[in-house]
Design a protein around this ligand. Structure first.
Ligand code: TXA
Ligand code: MG
Length: 332
């Protein structure tokens, strides 16, 4: 299969919608990262997403809607809290869990009785969903285990030959995936942190919202195992990690000192990423939500041996960014 590169013209979006309606997979830009779209009610198209990405089938997909009325097609018993949060944050980078409608294929929810719903704040995504005529399931458009794509080229690098088309809408504005919130529990639980923060959510909810966490349980024979009762299923998989070794430091001074120590060792290319970089120079680049995943991909392409990330207070206070950094750093 030859993957078509499409523009954001009306004609190309119409063509993309035709492909989707024919059961094909099309990657498209959202404000967070590129998504790999399929028609939500076409079960074989939904299954093809898992094959194209190499995604474990127990990891459910987010349903992307254009209008509030779309939600009634995929969810039931929608609580008032949904509408309160919808009013404040949608369209935008917030995904909410709802009770699943019987019409939603098992492949979408991985058999769960909940369905995750979001409204992407990107004109191309909104137009594509409306033109396709039904909500689109869309995981991040990367091969499983690779960083989420924030440019069309990243999608091509991972999925060329495996999907019908990619719509090139330039770089994604937010750069990390949406906040995933379970609003069916009391208190609501953040299953995946993102740019819509706990504080922002609490401002609407009116009471405490909690972060999901890992729980260690010890079985009878004394062996500890990790379970993930309050995290999104996808959070247990290896994600977001470049080939390079990642070292976290507190300041640029510490980064420079660490780099000097490593650069003496032969053939080990070292890059420093810092939030306070005004203009990137040789081997020192900007660390931000928008640039993190692209930097990981660039580092792989350049065979960088070590990435030193300056986690100053500004970075540490960004819960979505810090979550992705820690996942990348803890992989090896
Ligand atoms: O920003 C985003 O959310 C991007 C763009 C493309 O919209 N999409 C995205 O999808 O990140 P994906 O498939 O890469 O991640 C979806 C996450 C996974 O961690 C998955 O386990 C979780 O959402 N999820 C989906 N449905 C769920 C459900 N019913 N219950 C709990 N977690 C769910
Ligand atoms: Mg993903």
């Amino acid at each position: 299969m030859q993957t078509q590169s499409l523009s954001t013209s009306t004609g190309d979006i119409l063509h993309a919608a035709h492909l989707l309606r024919a059961g094909e997979l099309v990657a498209f830009p959202t404000e967070t990262v590129y998504g790999l779209g399929a028609m939500v009610f076409n079960e074989s198209a939904v299954r093809a997403i898992f094959t194209a990405k190499g995604r474990p089938s127990d990891n459910p997909l987010i349903v992307h809607c254009a209008d509030r009325t779309d939600v009634e097609r995929v969810a039931i018993n929608i609580p008032p809290l949904f509408d309160a949060l919808f009013e404040r944050f949608c369209p935008g980078p917030l995904t909410m869990l709802l009770e699943r409608h019987i019409a939603v294929p098992d492949a979408v929810t991985a058999g769960l009785n909940t369905v995750a719903v979001r409204f992407p704040a990107h004109p191309v995504a909104e137009t594509l969903i409306r033109t396709a005529g039904e909500p689109l399931v869309a995981p991040s458009a990367n091969r499983s285990g690779r960083p989420s794509p924030t440019q069309a080229q990243h999608v091509m690098n991972d999925l060329a030959g495996r999907i019908a088309a990619v719509i090139d809408g330039g770089s994604c504005e937010v750069g990390i995936e949406s906040t995933v919130l379970n609003i069916l529990t009391n208190p609501p639980v953040i299953l995946r942190p993102g740019s819509i923060t706990k504080e922002m959510l609490e401002d609407v909810v009116g009471y405490e919202v909690v972060h999901g966490s890992y729980a260690i349980k010890t079985s009878n024979d004394g062996i500890s195992e990790v379970s993930f009762p309050t995290l999104a299923p996808g959070m247990k998989y290896r994600h977001y990690a470049p080939e390079a070794r990642i070292i976290l430091v507190d300041s640029m001074a510490e980064a420079l000192q660490t780099a000097r120590g490593i650069e003496g060792q032969q053939g080990n290319l070292v890059w420093i990423l810092s939030n306070s970089v005004k203009k990137p120079e040789h081997d020192i680049f900007l660390l931000s939500e928008q640039t993190l995943y692209a930097m990981f991909r660039n580092a792989d392409a350049q065979n960088v041996g070590t990435l030193i990330l300056v986690c100053d207070p500004h970075v540490r206070n960004n819960e979505g960014l810090m979550n992705r950094i820690q996942k990348a750093a803890s992989r090896k």
